[in-house]
Write a protein that binds this ligand. Structure first.
Ligand code: COA
Length: 160
């Protein structure tokens, strides 16, 4: 069984992440979405909130499992018997950063491959940070995130 792991902070999941998940889920028997604690990024949503939101949004994906992790990605991949790491490749900026990460991960675990997927150009410009900025200013994020996330963002900024 071919199992892949798609890590990210998902603070929150956007239509860009969703596009990548749809592509990756078609390629593997099982896709593990690993939600990183990423405490240095000071996430808006707690780790549990991010995992719950992903679970609700991805409920219809039969071969997708969502887990939390805090630590090295390759350790998480090994614990979950995943032999492939999925990352998104959008631009030369991603390339420089991701190449270094992929090589570091390979140096630590040579049997785990990194696979880069190119998202739909229609969602390539989306980033979680920009979406949060738009929501914090009271504007609609409807074009960039699933409806559930739009509501969750609105609630966060009303209550903050
Ligand atoms: N379309 C649109 N936007 C996308 C996207 C896509 N397909 N894929 C990612 N993005 C955006 C995200 O919204 C996010 O935007 P933001 O920075 O404004 O929040 C950004 O690109 C990167 O997000 P993401 O893909 O979720 O990755 P990340 O940088 O948050 O997560 C980890 C990186 C967690 C995978 C990495 O830090 C890690 O592996 N950490 C574990 C520790 C470790 O093993 N370190 C050693 C590595 S060598």
């Amino acid at each position: 069984m071919q199992k892949a792991i798609y890590p990210g902070t998902f603070d929150p999941i956007t239509n860009g992440h969703l596009d990548l998940i749809q592509r990756a889920a078609k390629l593997f028997d099982e896709l593990v979405i690993a939600v990183a604690a990423s405490s240095q990024k000071k996430p808006l949503f707690s780790l549990a909130e991010r995992k719950n939101l992903l679970e609700e949004i991805l409920v219809d994906f039969r071969n997708v499992k969502i887990i939390e992790f805090d630590g090295l990605l390759i350790d998480c991949a090994k614990q979950n018997q995943a032999s492939v790491l999925i990352r998104s490749m959008r631009s030369s900026v991603d390339y420089d950063f991701e190449l270094q990460n992929a090589l570091m991960n390979r140096a630590m675990a040579s049997d785990i491959e990194t696979l880069f997927l190119i998202p739909d150009p229609k969602v390539m410009h989306i980033s979680s940070t920009l979406v949060k900025q738009i929501a914090s200013l009271g504007q609609s994020t409807d074009a960039f995130v699933p409806t559930l996330i739009e509501r969750a963002l609105a609630e966060k900024f009303v209550s903050s």
